[in-house]
Design a protein around this ligand. Structure first.
Ligand SMILES: [Zn+2]
Length: 414
């Protein structure tokens, strides 16, 4: 394992320069995908990458690849990066950190005159955030075959349906000509702020990301009988809301029972007829379960169904539990995860294993290449917010881990 340092001040300066594009009043960033500001951010990155000696390729999805050749340039590149687009009230670090960390890796190798065996590439993925064009992660999704290219290009602006993603790519000059996905990748690393509170609370600069959570989403409809709130005695009621309330409480209990990794949320409830003097006859609500282990997700599924059956029976209700969406857990490549852990150890950086609760481009990349992520803490665990913040020392630490883990792969030592 190599043990090279990066230039933390230069990394910080790059982040702060990038953050001037689309800077918001409260210190955040608004660089929505494929706006003029996104285009300016892309141009700034490309200018820096060229100055660092990289060649630039842009594919038909607008994904940008900056390449530093290897000694054996026929080898597939070791790729790193993230995204430059932000939420409407986003921060300076979500996404930008991963791209700027990749740039700092290349600049450091240049400073040292270090020639890697395999080429190194930095990628800036198109429309990771999914705020202007839904769904999210569509650039890496098209690259990895999750979305067909024509479907991705036909995606419409959520606030201006006449604008498609493909037309906006053309307009800002980033509809490239490279075919999408026909780009072999030896390994993919992504450095990112954690966007949660775990590392900060533990006082650790590095999270070794072992994978991303699986998700099971449900739609549940509880049916009872509408009746007058006055003349209907309590024992005769078939109150759908009382049944739903017990089910919602069960969802929360299932989440706690599978701590610390389980997440269980009811975020949407519709009560019908939603009238203060009518006993509710029907309730519709959603459930969002997440866990990194598929077996536990399966157990949570069974517990949910049992709880719904029981709550319905005691209230003489009918309950329909419909699974709406299933996204299996994505464990990252064990060898890549080990390379991240070893790099943290070699730098004497305190670290812990962590699971990503959010979606990232890396989750799609894990389908086509050995993949790992590096998390660094963000202040208060807050992200997707203009006050999003991170400490320079932590950003420096994450970038040093990225550099050494990448070298481990690029020089074939992993
Ligand atoms: Zn991000």
């Amino acid at each position: 394992m190599t043990n090279l340092k990066i230039d933390g001040d230069r990394l910080w300066q790059s982040l702060m320069e990038m953050a001037k594009i689309g800077a918001t009043e409260k210190g955040g960033n608004c660089r929505l995908a494929l706006t003029d500001l996104d285009s300016q951010g892309r141009a700034l990155f490309i200018g820096w990458a060229k100055a660092a000696g990289c060649t630039i390729g842009v594919d038909r999805m607008g994904n940008i690849f900056a390449r530093r050749p290897g000694r054996n340039d026929a080898l597939s590149p070791v790729l790193t990066g993230s995204h430059l687009d932000t939420q409407p009230t986003g921060g300076k670090f979500d996404g930008a950190y991963g791209v700027m960390a990749g740039l700092e890796v290349v600049r450091t190798l240049n400073d040292l005159g270090y020639e890697t065996e395999a080429p190194i590439e930095i990628v800036a993925w198109t429309n990771e955030e999914g705020s202007r064009f839904s769904p999210a992660m569509v650039g890496s999704g098209a690259f990895t075959g999750v979305f067909a290219l024509d479907v991705a290009l036909a995606t419409r602006d959520n606030n201006a349906a006449e604008l498609t993603l493909g037309a906006e790519l053309q307009r800002i000059g980033f509809a490239g000509d490279a075919p999408v996905g026909e780009h072999p990748v030896a390994a993919y690393f992504e450095a990112h702020i954690e966007q949660g509170p775990i590392l900060e609370a533990a006082g650790l600069p590095i999270g070794v990301v072992t994978g991303a959570q699986g998700q099971r989403w449900y739609e549940i409809t509880v049916t009872g009988q509408e009746a007058h709130a006055g003349p209907t005695p309590m024992p005769r009621r078939r109150d759908a809301l009382v049944g739903a309330a017990r089910m919602i409480d069960a969802v929360n209990r299932i989440g706690h029972a599978h701590a610390p990794y389980a997440c269980a949320t009811v975020g949407f409830v519709q009560v019908s007829p939603n009238s203060r003097n009518t006993i509710p006859g029907r309730v519709f609500f959603t459930v969002d379960f997440r866990h990194p282990d598929n077996d536990v997700l399966t157990r949570m599924d069974r517990e949910l169904r049992a709880a719904c059956t029981e709550a319905a029976a005691t209230q003489q209700l009918a309950a329909e539990v419909k699974e709406f969406w299933y996204f299996p857990p994505t464990p990252f490549d064990a060898r890549m995860v080990a390379a991240v852990r070893e790099a943290a150890k070699a730098q004497d950086l305190p670290h812990q294993d962590i699971v990503s609760g959010a979606g990232h481009d890396a989750v799609y990349m894990a389908r086509v290449a050995p993949t790992a992520m590096i998390f660094v803490p963000c202040v208060g665990g807050i992200s997707h917010n203009e006050i999003e913040d991170a400490k320079p020392d932590d950003l420096t630490a994450g970038c040093a881990v990225l550099l050494n883990a990448m070298l481990d792969c690029a020089d074939g030592a992993a």
